[in-house]
Design a protein around this ligand. Sequence first.
Ligand SMILES: NC(=O)c1ccc[n+]([C@@H]2O[C@H](COP(=O)([O-])OP(=O)(O)OC[C@H]3O[C@@H](n4cnc5c(N)ncnc54)[C@H](O)[C@@H]3O)[C@@H](O)[C@H]2O)c1
Length: 448
Amino acid sequence: MSKNICVVGTGYVGLIAAVGLADFGNQVIAVDKNAGKIKMLQAGKSPIYEPGLSDYLQRNLEAGRLAFTTDTALAIRESDVVFIAVGTPEGFDGQPNMNHVTEVVHSIADNLDSYKVIVIKSTVPVGTNRRIEKYLKTRCSEQEFDVVSNPEFLREGSSVQDFFHPDRTVIGHSSERAKQVMFEVYRALNLISVPFLWCSLETAELIKYASNAFLATKITYINQMANLAEEVGADIHQVAGAMGMDGRISAKFLHPGPGYGGSCFPKDTKAIVATGDQYGVDMSLIREVVEANEKQKKRVVSRLEEKLDSLAGKTVAILGLAFKQRTDDVRESPSITIVNELIFRDAQVKAHDPEAMDNFKKHFPYIDYCENWEEAVKDAHVLIIATEWNEYRSLDPRKMRETMKGNLICDTRNLLDPRPFMDMGFDYMGTGRPFINSKQLSEIRTVV
Ligand SMILES: NC(=O)c1ccc[n+]([C@@H]2O[C@H](COP(=O)([O-])OP(=O)(O)OC[C@H]3O[C@@H](n4cnc5c(N)ncnc54)[C@H](O)[C@@H]3O)[C@@H](O)[C@H]2O)c1
């Protein structure tokens, strides 16, 4: 049986959940305190870029299964299930800032007028769900309710696909009644045999942090191996490829680059370290990962500086500002660190991204934003590729040679086949591959 659902927060997680749950046939009302966002959504326009999202948004609005409001109280009262999907950004002590979650929980307490299941989708420190349950029991002792932990694992850039085909759905609960409600909410996923893990509230919370910290560690591991490969003359792609063939390791998340970013890994790794500290448990491995990732982001510019002696007065084109391809999200993007380091060294920055320039402008309003890659590389001494957007795979080496002032390419994602660029006289600096300059290459060819 379909449910009346309220989703509080229409960011990357809440909006996808609202649209997806409506598509399952539920009646969904999504709330945000940002009136501008709600106005856009009511008009069928998505405030964020995610492939496929606009179609699902319009379809469910037209079908009358989805509505948007800024009225949290009304939305809560009209619903059987309330999802909390508000932001939990990094707080000052490593733990997330819980102000948004707290605000929503207070609204729920004020409007709990019938049995409801309160589902925490936001990533929250272990113990939070139990605390919310205790708080509501004290505030609303007359009213029946259940608290459920349902952490989100979607990846920005493919979040719509991930919502409809997750690897698994984790549901922490402490009542059979809540389990039955969640089973109904996600019936469509059960029909396509998505594995469901039913567990305690604390286990669900820790699964989320343990997963993100593991992925961040895997990225950092391959980044450090890549740094070593550069020095010893090995090719990290062959190393990673062979490692990935081992079923115990798997090939995923073994792509070297300029360090991880985004709204999750940076803050979630810090949060699990802080939770370890709180319980007196050694989280030194994750602490190292956090530090190593910061160094990896800064390393991009220090490597350039080593090659060029000084970046002062040089024009640097940066392609890719989002923390990964297929998203407009720049939160904790390595490009923020890279641009910051460039400006600090007095370089002129020209930038392009297919989707993320508006968000990047909030951090750096005064760099030169370009319409396309051609405009960005014009007159540049150096090109940095910082995000693995597909459109940067087909850069034209001839055109670049004609318009660039310098000949250095720093391909942090190893996106390009270096050969045609080196044939045109470019020096190529990848990640985890030895630096090759075009002069060296012609000498090698002459010898061969
Ligand atoms: N973005 C991801 O890829 C991702 C993946 C998995 C989990 N998560 C987790 O999901 C949560 C949400 O992340 P996000 O990226 O969607 O955040 P976001 O910042 O994109 O969106 C949060 C939204 O909540 C709204 N909001 C804040 N307080 C509110 C309130 N009191 N009432 C109504 N609306 C309110 C904000 O206006 C904003 O639109 C976080 O805890 C995050 O860690 C994110």
